[in-house]
Structures are given as C-alpha cells and as structure tokens.
Design a protein around this ligand. Structure first.
Ligand code: PLP
Length: 396
C-alpha cells in the first residue's frame, strides 16, 4: 500500500491545489485597464451595464450591484422590512453571512433543518418553524443545487413571507428550466473569487419588483436620492435628500468592468464545472466509503462546490484524519459548512447545539473537494487519486 504523505510518503501533488479559484484571462485584464484609463472609477457606466447583463442572463427585471454578497443580503433584508422582532427562517448549512444579514437589521434568524439527501433546507422543516413573527425565508442553493422553489413559494404565499434566495453558489443554475434569479422576491449572487463569476468582491440582488428595486438603490448609497421627482422638498438643482439610513455599499466601475468581461464566459465556466463533476462522479461511483452529491431532478446545478460525504462506519478514522491526510497530499479540501449556530457568537445569543440534527450529522461527515474551471485534467486526476489513496489506507 502507498504510504500517505502525512506519514512521510510522497504526496500525490508537488504543489498545493486550492479548492476554488478565479479564472482571469487577457480580456478581463484589458477590460479593467480600459476602465482605469476612463473617466469613472466608481458608479459609472460599467455598473449599470453589469447590472443589465446579470438581469438579462438570469431573466429578472432589475439587478442592483453592491460591494459584496453580504452587503447584498443586508440590502435585501432592509428592502424586505426585516426589523426588531421579525423572524427569518434559513438553513444552518451555510456561510454565516446568510444569518448575519438578519442580525444587522435586528431581526432573529431561525434555523430549520436540511434534507439529508440534497443538504438543502427541507420545506417541511420551514413550515414547522413558522410563527406569527415569521417575516421571510432565506433559502440557500447549497453547492449550486436549487432549492425546491415551488414548494417554498407555496409556503411563502400561505404565510405571507418574503423569499430572499441566497444564490451565492448558484449563478447559472436552473430550476425547472428557469434560471435562478428570476424566481424569488429577491435573489442574491456573490462575485467573490471562489464563486462562479468574480468581480474581486461583489454582490448583486435581482428582483422583479419596482418597489424593492427603488428601496435598494437608495440603501446602497447612504439612503440618499438625487432624483428630483422623489424629493419631499426641492431647494434647487443641487438638492438631494437622505430619506432613510443607508450605507456606502457601492461597487466600483473597476469591479464591474471585470464582471462584464467575466460574464462573457459564464457558460464556459459552468460547462467546465459540470465536466469536472462528471469525472468525479464516475471515478467515485463505486467507492464504498463515500456518498457523492445527490442531484434533484428539478435542478440543473451550476456546481459551485463538490461535497462528498464519508461513510464513517466504513472507515477507521474520523473526517478530521481524512481531511488532514488529503491536505498533506496537497489537495486543498475544505468543509462547507460549520452549522452557523455552532459559532460562539450565535451560541452567546442562546442557540443550542441539537437544533438541526441532520445538519449536525452531515457536518461531521462532509469534505469539499477542489472544483474550479481552471483545473486541468491532471488536477482532477490528482484529486481522484489522492481520495482513493487516503480512503484505501483508512478503510476498515
Ligand atoms: C459567498 C457567500 C455569501 C456572500 O459572501 P461575500 O463574500 O460577502 O460575497 C453569502 N452566502 C453564501 C452561502 C456564500 O457562499
């Protein structure tokens, strides 16, 4: 048997392979340089063009671009009027930002358990958590797989809830043939470098509602409007009003120039992600120690993450040893996610472990393998070989 790198053997790779990474080409660089030579570094024509391109791509009426995905979620919670005493239901199997955005607005995150096959929020669990204080639900398209939006919409209609879809993983994902971003009241996308398309840092909310759109535009820039048709009082051409308490969440033209150029290649990015996933699925189909990702019929995933689940009863060690052994092989594995309420900040707010048993069990067993479109076939082979090497070493 091959000696593991962690025990002094030769690693599968000489160099470290990240779990996710941007793919920048000359066109991207030229687009940014072009912007730097122009008149606008921020809030110029590139922002509007980027917003239009994202809206057109997903099939929504509006898009509002901001500094990052977290700011986008905060803006959506503001537009949805989340405030003190309001409860917002979400999965704990997500990045902390999904819940933090509710706290920013002094609302209360309420965690509902996930389905143990798709790892997405279970609509039945949403319904169990509804009270007369529930105002919104934030379903996350975990790894890029769409939530069952029809079921969630039915619940939202029944209890009059706003749906803010956290699609940070899911630009390009289709639900029953429609692009994610056209379905919920508001949908958030992130353009962080590990996500499918990047602007360095960046976030977008898409919506079909003019009311929500107008609130978000003001919130993004201090709550100030310069639109003279909207002023309560008009003291002259210079006049503008701060009508609500907003933030400076603006995105730059430099970032949007990059985003525009990246959006030209989104279909290629997703095609390559799907290809790599197929290679992983084929390679691991008969590997007894892992469960490969389950795919819902209604979702055509854009594949942000490839999450495997270990069958710990077939292994001599826990996830920690497998994880460390893969890192030693120079494979940049990760864990998505630590249940949000495990974080000390949330524990201090009074959330107790045991709240969402499926999420907690799955958390113990998952590992994210590298997945990004710039991976070459040798990288994919290295990941497969490293997983097989480590699992065969530790199998019972
Ligand atoms: C990346 C991400 C966000 C937003 O993150 P930013 O880094 O602020 O763009 C929100 N939710 C989830 C699930 C994410 O993965």
């Amino acid at each position: 048997m091959l000696e593991l790198a962690i025990n002094g053997g030769k690693p599968i790779r000489e160099t470290y392979l990240a779990y996710g990474k941007q793919w920048i080409n000359e066109n991207d660089i030229d687009a940014v340089v072009e912007c730097l030579k122009g008149d606008f570094l921020t809030t110029g024509p590139a922002v509007k063009r980027f917003e239009q391109k994202v809206a057109d791509y997903v099939g929504s009426k509006y898009a509002v671009a901001v500094a990052n995905g977290t700011a986008a979620l905060h803006m959506a919670c503001f537009a949805a009027d989340i405030g003190e005493g309001d409860e917002v239901i979400m999965s704990p199997m997500t990045f902390a930002a999904t819940a933090n955005c509710v706290l920013y607005q002094k609302g209360t995150p309420v965690f509902a358990d996930i389905d143990s096959k798709s790892y997405n929020i279970d609509p039945k669990e949403i319904e169990k958590k509804i009270t007369d204080k529930t105002k919104a639900v934030i379903p996350v398209d975990f790894t890029g797989q769409s939530v069952d939006m029809d079921q969630i919409k039915e619940i939202a209609a029944k209890y009059n809830l706003c749906i803010i879809e956290d699609a940070a993983h899911a630009i390009g994902t289709e639900y029953k043939g429609s692009k994610v971003g056209s379905l919920a009241d508001m949908t958030e996308f992130s353009f962080h470098p590990v996500k499918t398309v990047t602007t360095g840092e960046g976030g977008v909310i898409t919506t079909n509602s003019t009311t929500l759109y107008e609130k978000m535009i003001m919130f993004r820039s201090h709550g100030i409007t310069k639109d003279h048709s909207k002023l309560f009082y008009d003291d002259g051409p210079w006049y503008h009003e701060q009508q609500l308490l907003g933030y400076n969440y603006r995105i730059t033209d430099i970032q949007c120039a990059l985003g525009l150029s990246q959006m030209d290649r989104i279909d290629d990015f997703i095609r390559r992600r799907r290809e790599i996933v197929k290679q992983y699925n084929n390679a691991f189909a008969l590997t007894d120690e892992i469960i490969t990702p389950f795919e819902e019929d209604f979702s055509n995933s854009g594949w942000h993450l490839y999450v495997i689940r270990l069958k710990l009863d077939k292994l001599r060690v826990t996830r920690k040893e497998i994880f460390e052994a893969l890192i030693a092989e120079n494979i940049g594995v990760n864990v998505h996610y630590i249940p949000v309420y495990y974080h000390p900040y949330y524990q201090d707010l009074g959330y107790k472990k045991g709240l969402c048993p499926n999420a907690e069990k799955i958390y113990e067993e998952i590992i994210t393998l590298p997945l990004f479109p710039g991976m070459i076939n040798q990288d994919v082979e290295d990941v497969i070989n490293a997983v097989n090497k480590v699992l065969s070493y530790y199998r019972k």
